[in-house]
Every structure is written in C-alpha cells, then in structure tokens.
Design a protein around this ligand. Structure first.
Ligand code: DAH
Length: 365
C-alpha cells in the first residue's frame, strides 16, 4: 500500500471515530483546510514531474474524495444522533394540561328539532322535508287557502317576481310547513305519518316575530282517524317534550282553511319568576291557558286536491312553532337573539354536540 493509501485509511478511520461535530470539524480543517494535510498533497502535485503526477495524481484525488465523503457521512450520523438526544431531552410531559380547543355548540332550534324527531319517531312518524322556495299552489291553493286570505297579501308573504307571461306558478318563500303535507300526499301512498320541520318566512319583525322562523308540521292520513287520535298524539308529544306528566290540553274550536274541524290547542301554565312554566290545568289557581299550536282534521278538499279519495282516507294535521317551543322550554325571552349569531348567547343556550336527545336517555339531557 502506498503512503497515500495508508494516509487515507488513517484519516477515514479518524473521521468515523469523531465523537462530536466539533471533533469532526477539527479533523476536516486538519485534512482539507488551507494548511491541511490533504490540501498540501494536492498542492505538491504542481511540483512533480509528469510521470510522478500521473502516478500520484489519481491517488491524491481519490484521497480527497474519500475524506470528503467520510466527513459528510459522519456529519449526517452525528446530526441524527444530536436530534435523538434533543428529542429524548424534550420528551412530552403527558401530565401537563392540554390546551382547550374552542368547541361549537348545537343551536337550541336544532336541539329542539332533534328532540321532536326523536319523540315522533317513537310514535312511528317519519321526517319529511320540502323546499323553502315553494309555489303558490302548494303553499296556498292546494291547502284550500282562498285568494282573499290575508296571508296571501304582499305584506305577509315574500313573493318572487313573476317570470314570463302567464307563469304557471308564482314562486314564494313558504309561509308555513303545511305545503309539505301536499308534497307528501302527492308522492306517497297512505297510510302517512310524518312530521316536517323547517324554516318558514313572513314579513314580520318584533320581539316574538322574525322574518324567518321555524315550524314543525304533523300529518297523519289513514282510515278511521279521529280527533281522539289527534288529542292523544299531541298530549303524548307535549308530555315527552316538556318532560312532565301534568300537561293539560284544551282544544279550542278555531278555523284553518286546510282543516275541518279545526282546533287551537292551549296548554295550562303558571308564571314563575318571570317565566312561563308549562303544566297544570289552566283554570287552576295561579294558572292560565296559553295558545301553543294549530291543528284539526285534514279538510276533505285538501285530501281531494292531492288525488286521494276523502271518503276512504282521513286524518289530522297540526303545526307548531319550533322557536316558541324552545323559548318555553329553555327560558329565552327574545326570539331575535336566536338568529343574531352571538357566540356568548350560543355558549349559554347551546347544547353539547355529542349529547343526542333520546327518549331513554332523557330527551334534553
Ligand atoms: N300552517 C299554520 C300556520 O302556519 C299552522 C297550522 C295550523 C298547521 C293548523 C296545521 C294545522 O297543519 O292543522 O299558521
């Protein structure tokens, strides 16, 4: 082995044995620095005879390459080891409290809709939906609402501009969830048992009215359905919803174009610390009646408008304000705050995303 090869072996061994980055750097300077041993050998090439250079040149260049490569390898190894040491020293302390991530909450309207879906599912009702942009026929005409009905007036209903001449149907923002009754009766064969929750729109705005609000419609179409079924269903629903057994209903004769007979449903309540607490008989001491929802036996004309034979099929329907139900159960007093999107309000009145209402687990737990 030539001297140069011996030098190469020694230098590479030293480099591989370098214990840290400082030692490695010292070896690099000693070999490849300005006054380094390898640099000196490279310089010596200039003073050689052509024959010597031909012999020594390749060896010296190989030496420089081997040393350079060995330094790079060792540096990579030492860097990796340094990271391992650092990681070991900075091990995660699992006992430290974690940062709290901001968490959203379920809006009371969504919560109440989920509660109602759960309660009605237990009675065999499916959830039906319809579009918020509805046509005049399904929102009014098919529901036996006459041309002269006040709800049809411009100041109550948000109409879309009429497109083209003799447009088949004037479009509007549905003013109630009742058109879902029409959609369901026209698309499904009875027996029908549905609730239809959703947004509805009217030109109205004060502490208890917003231009957009929420309703749930109920519809049962079957054979031999009576007012008794309606009353039992509403009683069962309201007891489950308010989570108390002493709910007393009063069916008060009323008028809706789409039901005949129609009844306004009142519940007994008591005023406590500025809040209405639902429960008890409205005529009892300290109690009163409060109107809660509209209902009735589906008008024969509505059944016929949907292509069903009203002598064969009959049923009941009801419509109730979801926001109102939420306010009564959870004690909010201004409807407008529901739709302000104030995170403080949501943090206060909102519900945990994972606490899904179930009848067995407590409907609002
Ligand atoms: N659609 C009515 C409204 O928005 C509510 C209603 C009343 C719905 C009686 C019904 C019903 O299904 O039978 O004011």
């Amino acid at each position: 082995m030539s001297d140069i090869q011996a030098t190469q072996t020694r230098l590479v061994d030293d480099i591989r044995a370098a214990s840290d980055l400082d030692a490695l750097e010292a070896l690099r300077v000693a070999a490849l620095g300005k006054a380094g041993s390898v640099t000196a050998l490279l310089k010596s090439l200039g003073g050689m005879t052509p024959d010597e250079r031909q012999e020594q040149g390749p060896l010296i260049h190989a030496l420089r390459e081997a040393v350079t490569a060995a330094i790079a390898d060792r540096k990579a190894a030492l860097d990796a080891a340094a990271i391992d040491i650092k990681l070991a020293a900075e091990a995660i302390d699992m006992s430290l409290p974690a940062d709290t991530a901001p968490r959203g909450s379920v809006h009371p309207v969504s919560q109440v809709m989920d509660e109602l879906a759960e309660i009605f599912a237990d009675m065999g009702f499916a959830v039906a939906t319809g579009p918020e942009i509805e046509d005049d026929w399904r929102n009014f005409t098919a529901l036996n609402i006459p041309e002269t009905h006040p709800a049809r007036a411009m100041h109550d209903t948000f109409y879309f501009p009429e497109v083209g001449e003799g447009a088949a149907q004037r479009m509007l923002l549905r003013t109630h969830t009742s058109p879902v009754q029409i959609r369901t009766m026209m698309s499904e064969a009875p027996p029908i048992r549905i609730i239809a929750p959703g947004r509805v729109y009217r030109s109205d705005s004060d502490a208890t009215h917003t231009p957009m609000f929420h309703q749930i419609e109920g519809l049962v179409i079957d054979k031999g359905i009576t007012l008794g079924h309606l009353k039992w269903t509403l009683e069962t629903f309201l007891k489950a919803y308010f989570e108390r057994d002493d709910i007393v209903l009063r069916l008060r004769p009323s008028y809706f174009p789409f039901t005949e007979p129609s009844a306004e449903v009142d519940v007994g309540y008591k005023q406590e610390k500025g809040r209405r607490i639902v429960g008890g008989h409205g005529d009892d001491d300290g109690h009163a009646w409060m109107e809660l929802l509209g209902s009735g036996m589906v008008n024969r004309r509505v059944i016929a408008n949907c292509g069903l034979d009203p002598d064969e099929w009959q049923g009941f329907a009801f419509g109730v304000g979801v926001d109102r139900l939420a306010m009564l159960k959870y004690g909010m007093d201004d409807l407008r705050a529901f739709f302000d999107g104030d995170l403080r309000w949501l943090a206060h009145y909102g519900f945990g995303a994972l606490s899904v209402p179930t009848l067995s687990g407590g409907i609002s737990a």
